[in-house]
Design a protein around this ligand. Structure first.
Ligand code: FE2
Length: 234
């Protein structure tokens, strides 16, 4: 079983959110994602989908895109919310609407195929230059959700198995500095951490990737990985 991750798929059914306008890398990106996913992922694999999934404005409309992801190879797909997923109103409501084999993570963890998965959205941390005082409340809430997700992972055997953590916001600032999210992550046996959200070349260059404090870190924004799912573990 291979474990893959991809985020920021930004599927659209809205003329005002046609991603072709966001630069060459986004032209026909939905078809590129589907084709490259089919090339890479095998039926027995697990795919983590790290937020900013769909521009849909309601769950009903987003489900059209979620079904498209579900039809792609992979036995299980795990989802976290991105900052643009306004159709995601609550984990339990979403889970009830998801096709079999898709699981929503939001301050929660689960065990699949003997591996422990944990996920939540994250947010801008106070030491991020893009953060302002209005972000503080959401930051604190997301810190609580991350802790809850990691604590639940420990109950599922995370200490022995290690934890695969899926986030939307990187636990690093737009300038590449570690945030309080990262300090929390380092207190748990996290073995992989996948995140997206960043779309600017300067952010891509500054953000830590690879092995950081003993954690394998992956930037999985779809444009950064050229719309090809990132292999996270084998
Ligand atoms: Fe985002």
């Amino acid at each position: 079983m291979n474990l893959w991750a991809i985020s920021d798929l930004h599927f659209s059914n809205r003329a005002d959110r046609n991603m072709n306008a966001y630069g060459e890398i986004w032209v026909d990106h939905e078809e590129k994602i589907k084709a490259r996913w089919k090339e890479a992922v095998r039926p027995a694999d697990i795919v983590m989908i790290g937020g900013d999934l769909s521009w849909a404005t309601s769950l009903e409309k987003a489900v059209v895109h979620l079904r498209q992801f579900n039809e792609l190879p992979g036995r299980y797909k795990l989802l976290v919310k991105g900052n643009h997923d306004h159709w995601w109103k609550g984990r339990e409501k979403l889970q009830a609407a998801l096709p079999k084999g898709m699981w929503a993570l939001q301050g929660t963890a689960m065990e699949l195929e003997g591996q422990v998965f944990s996920g939540t959205r994250g947010w801008l941390a106070p030491n991020d230059p893009c953060s302002d005082p209005l972000d503080q409340k959401t930051f604190e809430k997301e810190m609580g959700l991350l802790k809850a997700a990691l604590d639940q992972s420990m109950e599922l055997g995370g200490e022995q198995k290690g934890i695969h953590l899926l986030l939307h916001f990187p636990p690093f600032t737009t300038h590449g500095q570690k945030t309080p999210f990262w300090e929390l992550i380092c207190r748990y046996p996290v073995k992989t951490c996948s995140y997206g959200h960043f779309h600017m070349r300067q952010e891509w260059e500054l953000i830590p990737k690879g092995m950081v404090d003993g954690v394998h870190c992956y930037l999985t924004a779809s444009d950064y990985i050229e719309h090809r799912p990132q292999l996270v573990a084998q």
